[in-house]
Design a binder for this molecule. Sequence first.
Ligand SMILES: NC(=O)c1ccc[n+]([C@@H]2O[C@H](COP(=O)([O-])OP(=O)(O)OC[C@H]3O[C@@H](n4cnc5c(N)ncnc54)[C@H](OP(=O)(O)O)[C@@H]3O)[C@@H](O)[C@H]2O)c1
Length: 275
Amino acid sequence: MSKKWIFEKNVIITGASSGIGKELVKTFLTKYNCRVLGVSRDQTKAKAFSEELASDSYSYYCFDVGVEDNWRNFADYLTKIAFFPDLIINNAGVLPKFRSVDNTPIEVFAETMQIDFWSAVYCVKYLDEALSHSKTPSIVNVSSSSALANLVGTAPYTSAKTALRAFTECYATEQKGKKYVAVVCPGFTKTEIFRNQSQRIDSGVIGKVSTPVHKMTRKIVKGIVKRKMRMIFGKDAKIMNLFYKFMPKKSATLFSFVMRKSSLSIFNEIFEIKE
Ligand SMILES: NC(=O)c1ccc[n+]([C@@H]2O[C@H](COP(=O)([O-])OP(=O)(O)OC[C@H]3O[C@@H](n4cnc5c(N)ncnc54)[C@H](OP(=O)(O)O)[C@@H]3O)[C@@H](O)[C@H]2O)c1
């Protein structure tokens, strides 16, 4: 298919009010002349972003993507406003505080699974009818490099993102020739997703390997336009993927060693280091 397939399409982007989602919205609006509907939770943030864009081609709808009923209502809303998507990007996600499994409350596992994994299942189930109006029905799910190699202290996030990658790859195979379905596994990216951590990540080892958000978004959009099915972006993500592929047992120990040696206080709770 020609790379022009994306021009002037209807696009839904979740997690549109911040970080990668915000950049995706701007790119699809300005570079590809798309009509974009952004989804996020916080009304105030969503309104402020919409006002900043001041575009007739942008609208937003706020709901918690981790709640099944909200997707049912969203599907009804799309029918009501006759917005039939050609491309849906499930990008909304949360990263809980880095902590050992022993120190992570069970509710954190449940909430992270709802937002980072189940939301994509709800999307596929409830928006299938809306998507069926399109000549180029496409779904892209934003997973993470943590779905490529396990990192200590990130069990809820890694479990949810690994489930999301596996779900997407199963679905992509089933839908071959009918829908374009893809998964993106970005490495560390400079966004606000680290707000729950005890320290900013601009410094130290994570700061060094993190990709600027506009650069990461450019790669994701390029991959979508070329209809790539599995996208791994960022130096750290590529390294993690390679290590885990060739040394599945040793890589987890090695990554854990690097995290411990980094002396970053965000990892203290994982290794139970007292400050
Ligand atoms: N940054 C990284 O290093 C990195 C690396 C790998 C993968 N990723 C993935 O990339 C995606 C985007 O992350 P980001 O770094 O851009 O994060 P971010 O700056 O924290 O933005 C997250 C977005 O998701 C929305 N969101 C969160 N929970 C939601 C919920 N329950 N319902 C609806 N919207 C919700 C937020 O909206 P509200 O503020 O309104 O809640 C916000 O718009 C995530 O899936 C993340 O896991 C990020």
